[in-house]
Ligand binder design. Structure first.
Ligand SMILES: Nc1ncnc2c1ncn2[C@@H]1O[C@H](COP(=O)(O)OP(=O)(O)OP(=O)(O)O)[C@@H](O)[C@H]1O
Ligand SMILES: [Mg+2]
Length: 520
């Protein structure tokens, strides 16, 4: 790893980076920053959570001038939350130089955005639909753009977005610098992107696996109708600091969220059918740790950087390997550890194998935890609380009563009763979750973009180590503590109904407010 000083970063920006706690450059930053300073077009690929935002953000800010009052830098992102997050990070870096980034996204009042655009931000970070809206209204002019970034580029160049991207890039001067960044970059999509670039340089931070090795990954073979109880058991065992549960459809997300609430978990839902103010509120609550569990569609799969996410649960197996990589990548970021658990029904096992092949990693099988395991897990949490209290010695005024009790009662009985009182025993209130048909195997699925299969290809790089390293602050995410009594029996024929709700044929486009969402 190298210091930012060695990469030609100016003193002003160095100061900002120091304030942000960035001491050394990550591998993708080390490779792309000097290259971008020379004006090259770059395709940057590196694992999730390894600092791609600053990899394009730092050179962008270095190159822009605060004295010119028009938009000079443009970042296009697939979701509103990501557009906002990127603008925030660019603002943190650019502040010292007087460079401002403005997020522009669907669902927010357009008048307010027009006003903010009039204040001449140097950078705009937006979602395609709303950007086009402003371009058409002539409230956003792109003729002064020097640098364009497609963040989550493979997603942006997917069928659902490509036309919008083409329309936006038409407005940007030819002599611009064009950058594509993502953790995944299937070869055919990369080729598509190269059409918009000039002699692009490919910077790929090779790693043995597609996913970050700080994240422990496993799958559990489950019956569709058992998923929710197993999820609850796992939550009780893990007691995650923050967790994201991914569901396949909006309806699914709503149902799981409501069921979690019914059982007393602190959860919120995020998907494209919510109003923007609701989405903002949910994100705020989750980031501030006021809610523990975010149940979300793939709208939360890409790019979101929320510190404290220790667990990702794929309630439904993701549609494609890329989605798996990005979902799992919401934990294990910036050197922290994480754990990712995927539920797979017996008929989806082929799909899991496909994901394993694509990401070049064997995902470990685990037994489904039982209710007994869940109780043991919650007891463990109670014990930890008790021990922490002893460490803090904040029980002094209870000591006298304790002594008296010990004279009259058995000590084991006393501690057990106290433990029972502080243990949150697993709740088994019945809930109703509509059963989903299993995900169709990739073999029978139409590829989601023109020109060939998205699966496979492009992930063959040799290992040369990646970033990561450094302080593991996350909670221990080890295996189940309670005894696993494994309920087995998931191998027989599934009795899942073949009832469908027609949600599988969705186009892969994240919602972008103004134009009706097609992304679940
Ligand atoms: N050089 C650095 N030193 C320390 N922390 C860093 C550094 N660069 C970035 N970070 C932090 O690491 C986290 C992940 O960065 P970022 O969101 O840019 O990752 P990413 O590669 O874009 O991931 P994804 O593929 O999920 O979008 C952020 O919190 C960011 O502030
Ligand atoms: Mg990113």
């Amino acid at each position: 790893m190298r210091l930012f000083e060695e990469l030609g970063v100016s003193a002003q920006i160095l100061q900002a980076l120091k304030q942000m706690g960035f001491e050394e450059a990550t591998p993708i930053q080390e490779s792309t920053i000097p290259l971008l300073m020379t004006g090259k077009d770059v395709i940057g690929q590196a694992q999730t959570g390894t600092g791609k935002t600053a990899a394009f953000g730092i050179p962008m800010i270095e190159k822009l001038s605060r004295d010119e009052n028009y938009v000079q830098g443009l970042v296009v992102a697939p979701t509103r939350e990501l557009a906002v997050q990127v603008a925030e990070e660019l603002n943190r870096v650019g502040q010292v130089k007087g460079i401002r980034a403005l997020p522009i996204y669907g669902g927010q009042e357009i008048g307010r955005q027009i006003k903010a655009l009039r204040a001449n931000p140097q950078i705009v970070s937006g979602t395609p639909g709303r950007l086009l809206d402003h371009i058409r209204r002539r409230t956003l002019r792109l003729d002064g753009i020097k640098m364009v970034v497609l963040d989550e580029a493979d997603e942006m160049l997917n069928m659902g977005f490509i036309e919008d991207i083409e329309a936006i890039l038409k407005e940007v001067p030819q002599e611009r610098q064009t950058l594509l960044f993502s953790a995944t970059m299937p070869a055919p999509i990369r080729k598509l992107g190269e059409r918009f670039m000039k002699e692009p340089e490919m910077v790929k931070i090779e790693a043995k696996e597609m996913t970050v090795d700080l994240t422990d990954q496993c799958y559990i073979e489950v019956l569709e109708r058992k998923k929710f109880d197993i999820l609850c058991n796992m939550l009780d065992i893990h007691s995650p600091e923050l967790a994201i549960v991914f569901g396949r459809t909006k309806k699914r997300v709503d149902e799981v969220f409501e069921a979690l609430q019914k059982r007393g978990y602190s959860a919120e839902a995020l998907h494209g059918d919510l109003t923007q103010s609701r989405r903002d509120q949910v994100m705020r609550r989750f980031k501030q740790n006021r809610v523990d569990i975010l149940v979300a569609t793939d709208v939360a799969a890409r790019g979101l950087d929320i510190s404290g996410v220790t667990h990702v649960y794929n309630f439904d197996i993701p549609q494609d390997p890329e989605s798996y990589v990005h979902r799992v990548g919401r934990t294990g970021r910036a050197g922290k550890t994480g754990e990712a658990i995927t539920f797979v029904t017996s008929r989806e096992m082929d799909h899991l194998r496909l994901i394993e092949t694509s990401i070049r990693k064997k995902i470990q099988r685990r037994q489904a935890p039982t209710l007994t395991d869940a109780l043991m897990g919650q007891q463990q949490t109670a014990v930890e609380k008790l021990l922490e209290s002893i460490e803090r010695q904040d029980y002094l005024e209870y000591q006298e009563t304790s002594r008296q009790l010990l004279e009259e009662h058995d000590s084991t009985a006393l501690v057990a009763a106290a433990l029972k009182m502080i243990t949150k025993e697993p709740v088994t209130i019945p809930v109703s979750i509509t059963e989903h048909a299993p995900l169709r195997s990739k073999k029978t699925q139409q590829s989601s973009w023109k020109g060939g299969s998205k699966s496979g290809g492009g992930y063959k790089g040799k290992s040369s180590g990646s970033s990561g390293g450094g302080g593991y602050k996350g909670k221990s995410t080890g295996g189940y503590k309670g005894k696993s009594t494994g309920t087995g029996g998931y191998k027989g024929k599934s009795s899942e109904r073949s009832q469908r709700d027609g949600n599988y044929s969705r186009s892969r486009k994240p919602e972008d407010g103004s134009r009706g969402s097609r992304w679940e």
